[in-house]
Design a protein around this ligand. Sequence first.
Ligand code: HEC
Length: 207
Amino acid sequence: MIRYYLNTKSIANGMAVLLTWAFFTSSVMAEGMTPTGDYARFNKEGELIRPTGYREWIFVGAPLTPNDMNNGKAAFPEFHNVYIDPVSWEHWKKTGEFRSGTLIVKELASVGSKQAPSGNGYFQGEFIGLEAMVKSQKHFPDAPGHWGFFRFTVENSPELHKTAAAQPVENCLACHQANAAQYQVFTQFYPVLRAAAGKGEAGSGKR
Ligand code: HEC
């Protein structure tokens, strides 16, 4: 009887350990992170699964190409909030290079207002789209810099696609390759990235 009790107890303990492990694994996965440190996850068809949790990553900048400075029709309307995943940020700080596995997200936000108590300007409204670029030698062996580009935006809708296939080179990479300052990324517009590159810290106010 006692022995039976002990066995059940140790089985219960074993189950508790297993459940705790499963809970931690699934909560980590829910943030879009795999145990290898790569935030980019692909499905069997090689499509990128829409990243989540990126608003808690490292915010590198917010370029703005408003319609009213682009003949009423900007190619990528309004604010572009750009984030890099934390593991790749650590690598960037140490080396000034983007590691294989780097995931950079660009979330689009509309211009919500042009007036604030602080003055006239451009202020963020609603989220209206999501794009991403992933550096992966495995998935994009032939692409310059091994970058793949993805678009999750659904036209005229606040919804986003759950997965996205890699864009043809001419749609995205070609322009980044021709115009971006470093490694196909527009670091010329991100002082946060420039200040930290290879410095081992995020910068201390120095230029
Ligand atoms: C005509 C040139 C051009 C094309 C085509 C283009 N981009 Fe970009 N992209 C830019 C510029 C310039 C920036 C930085 C300034 C900004 O966001 O306005 C940028 C920024 C980005 C960023 C943030 C990282 C960075 O390098 O600044 C991502 C992610 C991105 N683009 C994804 C895409 C995707 C996905 C496509 C294709 C659907 C695409 N881009 C097509 C010019 C382009």
